[in-house]
Every structure is written in structure tokens, then in C-alpha cells.
Design a protein around this ligand. Sequence first.
Ligand code: MG
Length: 204
Amino acid sequence: MKIFCIGRNYADHAKELNNPVPTSEPLIFMKPNTALLLNNRPFYYPEYTKDLHYEGELVLRICKNGRSVQPEFASRYYDAVAFGIDFTARDLQDRLKAKGHPWEIAKGFDRSAPLSKWLPLEALPDVNNVHFQLKKNGEVVQNGQTTDLIFSFDALICHISKYFTLHKGDMIFTGTPAGVGPVQIGDVLEGSIEGQQFLTCSIK
Ligand code: MG
């Protein structure tokens, strides 16, 4: 199982971190399967970072194998969405970015990808117009709308499958909207899709 992640897929988030907004192709990175944190289990703040950030994201579930998927068939390759958090050790990431190094340890560490249960696409009127929201300690910190994606879900399927064969069960973290920020021990994150709560993550 592979976990693909997309960076800077919402212009307002790219700008808040002073990153260029991608135009020609999406920014792709991966997390290992040991990054997954399921069933609303708590997240234990790791000792190697002093600046852990949440990034609330919609996650796609890949439902069939494919490579070099053409645009007209792309929507057949995912069948559900979930709420995920792309936890990021921002201090480590900034250090690695400054050196031009890969940022795996800042993004792919153990339990860095809390993931909710899946919501079948049939339950959504339009996957290209989905609202999702992240609350920290009961206060809304991120509001996302998939109409604001720079690269649509279909475009991501086409692009990723050009380089990596998609397998049933793979997933794609599709990027975070503006409002990312730090968490502290004791914080509680709650993610919802279309007003329905999907994810709870307590920081211990
Ligand atoms: Mg992210």
C-alpha cells in the first residue's frame, strides 16, 4: 500500500508558507505505511520536533490498479474519501528545505498520518465540490473546498499514475487549505466532511 501526498494544492496555503503556487505539475511526496494512525487513536508528540503542525486534508482511496490513466477514465480509480492529517515537523522541514534535501523525516515519520473511516463517493453529491473543516480545541482553523484545488482529483490520478502504478488500497492525501498551524500536547483536532465529523485526534 502506498500513501501519496500532494503539496501546495491550494493557492491560499502555498502563499501562507511563502511557497510558489505550482502551475504546471503537482508536488508529490510519499509517506510509508507506518505513518498511518487509525481508529481515532491519540497522537504522541515526538521528541525530535519543537514545531509540529497539523495539515487537514481530504484523502482519496484508490479502488483499482492502473498506470498512465487517461483523463476520461480517472474518476473510476477512486471510490471514497476520508479526512486525514498530514502532520509535519515544520522545524525539520524548514531545515531540510533550506539544504535542498528530501523532507521524508519531517513528513513521513511514524503516525504522521491520522486517517478517518472512509466515506463512499456515492454519499457525496459532487466530489469536486466538497467542504471539509478542521477544528482545534473546538475552534475552526481550516476550511477547505475542493472547488479551490489547483489540481483536481482526476488530474492527480493521471499525474501520479504516469510515474507510479496505482494499486487498489493506495491513497492520496490531496493537499491542505490555508490555516495550518502548530499543536501542543493536550490539543484536540477534529476533522469533518460536509458537516459530518470524521476524525478526532488528541495530542498526548
Ligand atoms: Mg500536506
